[in-house]
Design a protein. Structure first.
Length: 184
């Protein structure tokens, strides 16, 4: 299992458009997922220990960000042939079990992950109301284990700043996780 870190935030880079199937049976586009104050795109999956360590915190932070006008979406881009735990039916079960309050979408061709430059799970892309990139960092100090309660909520604080000002913080700590499982 390769562990990777995300690159530095490319401030202002546009959010690529997408149209992907969700576990709810709908087709979702970027614009349908965006909120009036921004968009958080999360590349996540079911099997990765880095994602498993923060699922409850993702749900908590998404609920609070949605109340601030930030739309949120989870995208699963791994190859489910080699990683069956990431298959569509398992995505549906995980979304239901954890009460995902955001669309959980399947990027079967992996074209969306490539368009965004996603490298790992979790990989967070925070955009302002103009869909310009403002955050490319970690959720918090968690790695393969959940960080202690009370640690700084890096993603939440950054996106709260984006919702209020349209700008993300200058200093960002990269996210870390399992590599995207690219098709061969």
């Amino acid at each position: 299992m390769a562990s990777l870190q995300t690159p530095v935030c490319d401030f202002g880079a546009p959010a690529p458009a997408f149209s992907l199937p969700g576990v709810d049976g709908r087709i979702w586009t970027r614009d349908q997922c965006a909120g009036e104050r921004g968009l958080l795109v999360m590349f996540i999956c079911n099997h990765c220990p880095y994602v498993k360590a923060v699922r409850e915190r993702i749900v908590r932070d998404v609920r609070e960000l949605q109340a601030l006008g930030i739309g949120c979406v989870g995208i699963m881009s791994n190859d489910p042939v080699d990683y069956p735990e990431d298959g569509f039916e398992n995505m549906r079960q995980v979304a239901e079990t954890f009460g995902y309050p955001f669309p959980y979408l399947f990027d079967e061709t992996q074209a969306v992950a490539r368009a965004y430059g996603a490298v790992c799970t979790p990989d967070f892309f925070g955009y302002n109301a103009d869909l310009g990139l403002q955050y490319r960092g970690r959720l918090d100090e968690s790695r393969k284990e959940t960080a202690p309660a009370g640690v700084r909520r890096d993603l939440f604080e950054a996106m709260r700043e984006v919702a209020a000002t349209g700008r993300g913080p200058a200093d960002q700590i990269p996210s870390m996780g399992c590599s995207i499982k690219w098709k061969t």
